[in-house]
Design a protein around this ligand. Structure first.
Ligand code: SAJ
Length: 431
């Protein structure tokens, strides 16, 4: 059976591009979101998030009538759920948005429908969904194990697209398709085949849930290794970038890049979903999270040392005379997304503890968010160097490349922008 009407519940960074790709293939797509502003924006053919190429696709598909958004779910042949799964309290996963999505679509369900969960979720969430849905719709049969023959099919199929290249990766990446029964997998695969050119590899729902958490934990652990190396190298007076480049010449070594910490809403969150369920077993995964989360604090200490050195070298100066320049606020290079950014955390903490002036350069934004400390000043890239005493490079934006090569200032380079290497890794005095 082909899917004539597809509903995408949650129109955020994953749901909206997915809805756009399905409707680009001329499927009728009903996007559902509790955010009325998002719904109104999409219905005007515009977008409320930033993703290259997306606004053009949404303009087209809304214009042609293939995509419409609403706050209240409507009947469809397939429901794709892409709502947030944050953590609460002591890193416990919060699946309440998934539960709400199930409650909201339950009245619309009919025999033959397919439901796919895409949200990153703790292992067992798809089985929980079956319970919630069964309770809400006792007249329909939902699948609980692989031998069931349900009225409504259910699968877990995680997204794995990289922000900034979502449209391309949605089409090209392989997908993990975890149906509760083999028939659920077959139907889910049929849906993804509408727009996915990568391979759709079938497994069960629990393995698919764990696969998503594993992918992001793998990256987190590997970034933690790089961050730990950067701290060790700083102590040992070794340039970590040279070291990694040398080690990576080994045919079986591929070390990632150290940085200001791990940001975004996936890699810094998802490993906790494993730790929460297996606290005694997930030792390495937990330690990696702690290493990455502590990197901003370590960098702040480095800035404090640079301030103290600056005062020692210039006895006539007071702290108030020192101007710190912070380069980059986004959670990773060459994007404008500031959410869960270690750079934002560092700059805000510096603003709280340092009495002098702090100027900030983030070439991808026009103003600082209200949530940032009000003493911070956003400057254009060309206005930074003439006023700063200490430069702190937090994000390796392409725009910063070559900017510091002739500098004789104290530079704390968290992300390897400065290529000339002097004695120390993270505080580089380029004379
Ligand atoms: N980072 C480093 N060093 C590196 C690589 C990244 O410090 O060598 C930092 C970045 O600066 C950033 C953070 O890690 O602060 C995360 O960036 P990222 O590019 O690794 O990942 P995200 O969060 O943009 O997207 C990840 C991707 N997962 C993997 O690569 C395993 C993406 O494929 C997932 O779909 C996405 O999470 C998600 O939605 O889960």
């Amino acid at each position: 059976m082909c899917f004539e009407i597809i509903s995408v519940v949650g129109l955020g960074y994953i749901g909206l591009p997915t809805a756009a790709m399905l409707s680009f293939k001329e499927k009728t797509v009903i996007g559902v979101d509790v955010n009325k502003h998002a719904v109104d924006t999409i219905n005007k053919g515009c977008i409320h998030i930033v993703e290259p190429g997306l606004s053009e696709v949404v303009r087209q598909v809304v214009g042609k009538g293939f995509l419409k958004a609403t706050t209240v779910p409507e009947p469809a042949d397939a429901f794709l759920i892409a709502v947030p799964t944050p953590f609460v309290g002591e890193f416990q996963p919060d699946v309440s948005y998934i539960k709400s999505a199930c409650s909201s679509i339950a009245p619309c369900l009919k025999k033959g429908d397919l439901i796919i969960l895409e949200s990153t979720s703790p292992v067992g969430t798809t089985e929980l969904m079956a319970e919630w849905l069964q309770e809400a719709r006792p007249d329909l049969k939902f699948p609980f194990n692989e031998n069931d023959i349900p009225d409504v099919h259910l699968a877990y199929c995680p997204e794995r697209v990289l922000p900034g290249q979502v449209l391309r990766e949605l089409v090209e990446n392989d997908r993990v398709v975890g149906g509760v029964t083999p028939e659920c997998s077959r139907r889910a695969k049929e849906l993804y085949n509408i727009f996915v050119e990568g391979e759709c590899v079938v497994t069960n729902s629990r393995t698919a849930e764990m696969a998503k958490l594993t992918e992001n934990s793998f990256r987190d652990v590997n970034i933690a290794f790089a961050n730990e190396l950067s701290i060790i190298c700083d102590k040992e007076n070794i340039d970590v970038w040279e070291l990694i480049a040398l080690a990576n010449r080994h045919p079986r070594v591929n070390i990632l890049k150290p940085g200001a910490g791990v940001g975004g809403h996936c890699i810094a969150v998802d490993p906790w979903f494993i730790v929460a369920k297996s606290p005694d077993e997930a030792k390495l995964i937990k330690t990696a999270r702690e290493v990455n989360d502590s990197k901003p604090l370590w960098l702040i200490e480095k800035v404090k040392v640079a301030i103290a050195d600056c005062l020692l070298e210039n006895p006539n100066k007071s702290v108030n005379d020192i101007v710190i320049g912070c380069y980059g606020l986004a959670f990773k290079p060459d994007i404008d997304d500031l959410r869960e950014s270690p750079a934002v955390k560092i700059v805000n903490m510096l603003a709280e503890s340092f009495a002098g002036r702090i100027v900030v350069c983030e070439p991808h934004i026009n103003s600082l968010p209200d949530s940032m400390n009000s003493k911070l000043e956003l400057l254009e890239i060309t206005k930074m160097q003439p006023v700063t005493e200490i430069d702190v490079i937090l994000v390796a934006h392409s725009a910063f490349s070559g900017l510091f090569e002739d500098s004789s200032k104290s530079i704390i380079d968290a992300c390897g922008v400065v290529k000339q290497v002097s004695s120390s890794n993270n505080i580089r005095k380029i004379a």
